[in-house]
Design a protein. Structure first.
Length: 199
């Protein structure tokens, strides 16, 4: 129904924003990622998802979710397609990790990082990886631009760093940062060398 809403920011806090448009005030739930990107601005464009809450086969309320870019909205839609992951859980995940970090964690099967998000347990993290990993790896054209920085070299570099004695969680965090900075064309050597500067 709506793709985006653009207008002056009337009210903003870390979980919700009200945007004025054509005499109407649209209230949308947002993630911390979006909050950080739009705070300090007088106007904003939010890519939105309008969802209906249904009871007894009838819609009883509408909820608007807003995102600073299409990639974040696409990740929200992918997360909520997973059995057991509701709208609030997906927003919490997007508030805990940037969309590209979430994508990298899912593709690399980083259960530990996903479990570190409040409300995500072992089984939930495994289900997310199981249901989304192949979709993300096989369909980069679906709109997840953040996947361009994820490659097979990531796994090789991670293996090398853990062999050198670094904790896996710390090595993954460093590699994610370096992967974003260098892009998908980075060699294994470049990933390792730049990660060592952080570790």
């Amino acid at each position: 129904m709506y793709d985006f809403i653009e207008g002056p920011i009337e009210s903003l806090n870390p979980t919700h924003v009200i945007i004025s448009n054509q005499g109407l005030g649209y209230i949308a739930a947002i993630s911390l990622t979006t909050y950080e990107k739009i705070k300090g601005h007088k106007t904003a464009r939010l890519f939105v998802d309008l969802l209906f809450k249904v009871e007894n086969q009838s819609p009883v309320s509408m909820h608007l979710f807003g995102f600073s870019d299409p990639d974040e909205r696409h990740m929200f839609r992918m997360l909520t397609s997973v059995s057991g992951v509701g709208n609030n859980t997906a927003m919490l995940m997007l508030s805990s990790l940037a969309p590209d970090d979430l994508a990298a964690a899912i593709i690399n099967g980083n259960i530990g990082l996903l479990k570190s998000i409040k409300g995500i347990g072992e089984k939930g993290a495994q289900r997310i990886v199981l249901e989304l990993r192949d979709k993300m790896m096989g369909k980069k054209s679906m709109g997840l631009g953040m996947l361009s920085g994820v490659s097979d070299n990531f796994s090789e570099a991670l293996s090398a760093l853990t062999t050198l004695g670094y904790q896996k969680a710390n090595a993954e965090k460093a590699l994610m940062k370096v992967s974003k900075e260098l892009g998908g064309t980075a060699t294994i050597e470049e990933l390792i060398k730049n990660s060592l500067k952080i570790l």
